[in-house]
Design a protein around this ligand. Structure first.
Ligand SMILES: [Zn+2]
Length: 401
């Protein structure tokens, strides 16, 4: 399992100039190779191989008009080629139908106007985290880093990114040995949100990513198309294959998303608490939440094994705790609330509570984790009025336990 660790970088003006040069060189190398492949294609020639492109780069560095490429680390340039090759491989695999997930476009040319610029140094480049906390980058210099947390092991690569806002970041890839993640303070409770995939006790709400929503939309379209086709027809057969592909894409996209989210949660928290779904499911049939359920149990499983592997604590609570009936600020139990009530004011302590976050805090508490209730509290006024509060009455719905 690979973890990414991101930190803010504060390069000096000289280092920023060197980075700009490196971004520019990587871009030129990428675009030269992109053009070479395009020309080969236009001329009906076989695609130049990765090795050929690499050899061309070396030759080009010896020419006067590209001699300035020698001013940046050769690893950075090689990695630009690696990026291009990976992009092409994905594109070809997608064309041939070997790659699941959304269709991949051929790599586009990079531009100096791109909002995000990035270069990568691998271990070969001998980048180094110095004893004084600076990041030594070949041909750039010793760049100050804000170490917001410890790196658990030696990184295998670092990507230096400049974002659209002009900020610099170092993104390290680390593959820690099992059980060697550094201990960390935070603990977190997770609630399966109604409108979000997951809601965290610190107040964060996590929606399904766009690529997953898009895949799901395509799946629904494929399902409708199949149902319209005549039984036994050739078109129905085609529609069935299309539907099977759409299913596979959704499954892959969902798994990717679960992996990313579970890895981040395990990396960042010492203990993670969730509700037990077996108990929960009974209480929630027919609810909108059930659309997430299939994915949710796979996700919880990932959290569990990653926690075990990396020495984190994983706790599961039964649904005996009425997580949406209890105020997470003062513990007052003020009864069931219809599902359309998304925020309410505690009658005893006066706290304004967000339904999902309040539940996530209560999950963490029920699991014995010490979390603060601050996340659950909202300021009245910042939440848009719900349908019930806006004067219209939604259809009666079942109360949630
Ligand atoms: Zn209260």
């Amino acid at each position: 399992m690979q973890f990414r660790y991101n930190y803010r970088l504060y390069p000096s003006p000289g280092q920023r100039a060197a980075l700009a040069r490196a971004f520019g060189c990587a871009r030129v190398v990428f675009n030269d190779a992109r053009r070479a492949r395009q020309e080969a294609h236009a001329g009906g020639l076989p695609y130049p191989t990765d090795a050929e492109l690499s050899a061309r780069l070396t030759a080009r560095k010896a020419t006067p008009e590209r001699a300035w490429l020698a001013e940046v680390s050769s690893v950075v340039l090689q990695q630009a080629l690696v990026d291009l090759n990976a992009a092409y491989r994905n594109f070809f695999a997608s064309l041939a139908g070997r790659r699941k997930g959304p269709k991949v476009a051929p790599p586009r040319f990079r531009s100096r106007k791109d909002g995000r610029q990035a270069i990568r140094f691998t271990a070969n480049a001998r980048f180094k985290v110095l004893a004084n906390g600076k990041l030594q980058l070949p041909k750039i210099g010793d760049v100050p880093v804000r170490w917001s947390r410890d790196l658990p092991a030696a990184p295998s690569s670092v990507t230096v990114i400049k974002d659209a806002a002009g900020r610099y970041f170092a993104s390290f890839v680390v593959e820690p040995e099992p059980g060697t993640l550094p201990a960390t303070e935070p603990v977190i409770g997770i609630d399966l949100g109604l409108t979000h995939f997951a809601v965290l006790s610190d107040g964060r709400k996590i929606a399904s990513p766009r690529f997953l929503r898009r895949a799901q939309k395509k799946l629904r379209r494929a399902q409708r198309a199949l149902s319209r086709k005549e039984k036994g027809s050739q078109n129905r057969n085609k529609a069935r294959i299309k539907l099977a592909r759409a299913h596979a894409r959704v499954a892959d996209a969902r798994r990717d998303f679960h992996h990313q989210l579970s890895t981040t949660l395990i990396r960042d928290n010492q203990a993670v608490a969730v509700e037990d779904l077996a108990v929960n499911g009974l209480a929630r049939t027919r609810l909108a939440k059930s659309v997430h359920d299939a994915g949710w149990s796979a996700f919880v499983h990932m959290l569990e094994y990653k926690a075990r592997r990396y020495g984190r604590e994983f706790r599961r609570i039964g649904r005996f705790e009425p997580t949406s009936q209890v105020c997470s600020a003062c513990g007052a139990q003020d009864g069931r609330k219809p599902l359309h009530i998304r925020t309410w004011r505690c009658q005893r302590c006066g706290a304004w509570l967000d339904r999902d976050i309040n539940a996530a805090v209560n999950v963490a508490r029920a699991a014995g984790l010490a979390v603060t209730a601050c996340g659950a509290q909202v300021r009245p006024g910042v939440i848009p009025a719900q349908r019930g509060e806006a004067g219209t009455h939604p259809k009666p719905r079942r109360d949630e336990a």
